[in-house]
Ligand binder design. Structure first.
Ligand SMILES: [Zn+2]
Length: 426
């Protein structure tokens, strides 16, 4: 059934930064048909009407870098630096993960993301068939990525190609994939080169961690006498659409490479803070015209998947880094979480509330103590909201959450099962 949201504040995130104070959005099938101020004058028959008084409508939030099933490892192995945390805690447990863990962990992640307004995510984790199933079941938009890591990379490229074939056969509007070489320091040069060639041949993007820590910088310098960006440029990885998670430690010339190659860096401020990795030069990259987007990273290094927290922390951290309160405004960080994310993931006509665009949007209840008064709606969203204001989620024209309740997800059951599974597991 077609949808009409009426009498709402609409933050369109379009190129003119249009905000409509009392307007409507008409959705037909999966597409936004009309966005306008005032009242809808057309026929109401066969329309489901959502009353938008006291709500604002904005594009669904896009989490551009996560490892969703890591929700099951939330809070596990706290307080260690990145390399020790990975090698002593995370990798040994991950070796024991089975399909049921990935499915339940991703289910938990999707519920958490949807509750806090995220409608699309870019995943990098094992067993992406399970992730695909959960994305289809929950209605979320997802870009899948099977990690390619270590010595066994040739076999892992084949697994990615098998997944790609399935995705092509099923041809679902909400599901895409990228090749996901883990990082420049966990693959050799030949592997990076081969993956870039396969990605080019298949016309798919690459999702990779880049320059996350100083350790990585030193490892690549010792091995190649290059920076991670230089290595990735040389191996051909940057010749396709790249989502570069982190990009914390960049030289001036690295930033020029990123700009020239149109890499999309993904800023993960809370994960970078928690693992003491550093602060990405996001304000600088944005000034260079780079398409920086936003992500949470896995729940185990964050420790949640809440993009409202990420917007707030991300903007505050840039102000602190440059000792300049004008850096990374509320509007610009919202843009990173919507428009820039859609562009980076390669979904066309997504990330804005605009005629002809895909109908992915959320509605926030503005009648909450932390949202009053409302001098500047974007400031309230980026700095005052915490995600609990999200009461409606619409993806590809379908209502996923209405009045704070899921229509097709048994949330209680998933929470119970996940708790049970983790008790047996760790
Ligand atoms: Zn990551």
């Amino acid at each position: 059934m077609d949808l009409l949201i009426k009498n709402a504040t609409i933050i369109t995130m379009d190129e003119d930064n249009t905000i409509i104070n009392n307007g409507y959005v008409l959705i037909k099938d999966n597409i936004i048909k009309e966005v306008s101020k005032g009242d809808y004058k057309g026929e109401l028959l066969n329309l489901k009407v959502i009353k938008g008084e006291g709500f604002c409508v904005m594009p669904g939030i896009i989490n551009c870098h996560t490892h969703s099933a890591m929700t099951l490892l939330r809070g596990y192995g706290e307080g260690l630096p990145l390399m020790r945390w990975l090698s002593e805690k995370i990798w040994p447990v991950e070796a024991k993960l089975k399909e049921k863990h990935i499915e339940m962990g991703t289910m938990l992640a999707c519920i958490e993301m949807l509750r806090s307004g995220t409608t699309a995510f870019n995943d990098m984790y094992f067993m992406q068939r399970e992730v695909k199933k959960v994305a289809v079941d929950t209605g979320m938009r997802a870009v899948l990525g099977l990690p390619i890591i270590g010595e066994n990379w040739e076999k892992q490229i084949e697994y990615s190609l098998e997944l790609l074939n399935e995705i092509r056969k099923e041809n679902r509007e909400n599901i895409n994939m990228m090749f996901a070489p883990h990082a420049p320091y966990t693959l050799n040069f030949e592997a990076l080169k081969s993956i870039s060639e396969v990605a080019k041949r298949e016309n798919k993007g690459i999702h990779i961690h880049i320059a996350e820590t100083k350790d990585e910088l030193n490892t690549i310098k010792d091995k190649y006498n290059m920076t991670p960006c230089e290595l990735l440029e040389k191996s051909g990885v940057l010749d396709v659409n790249v989502l570069g998670a982190h990009c914390v430690h960049l030289s001036e010339s690295d930033m020029e490479i990123i700009k020239g190659k149109k890499v999309n860096p993904v800023y993960n401020p809370q994960s970078n803070m928690k693992l003491a990795s550093g602060i990405a030069p996001v304000a600088k990259l944005l000034e260079l015209g780079v398409n920086v987007c936003l992500g949470t990273d896995g729940a185990s290094s964050n420790n949640n998947l809440n993009m409202f927290e990420e917007m707030e922390t991300g903007a505050l951290l840039q102000k602190l880094k440059y000792e300049d309160a004008t850096k990374l405004s509320a509007y610009n960080v919202m843009k990173m979480a919507t428009v820039n994310g859609a562009k980076a993931l390669g979904f066309e006509k997504l990330g804005e509330i605009k005629e002809g665009f895909k109908a992915d949007m959320i509605m926030l209840n503005l009648n909450k103590p932390n949202m009053i008064p409302n001098y500047d709606i974007c400031s309230n969203i980026a700095f005052s909201a915490n995600g609990s204001e999200v009461e409606y989620v619409i993806i590809n024209g379908k209502i996923i959450m209405e009045k704070g309740a899921f229509l097709n997800i048994d949330e209680e059951k998933v929470l119970f099962e996940c708790n049970k599974l983790c008790k047996e597991f760790i």
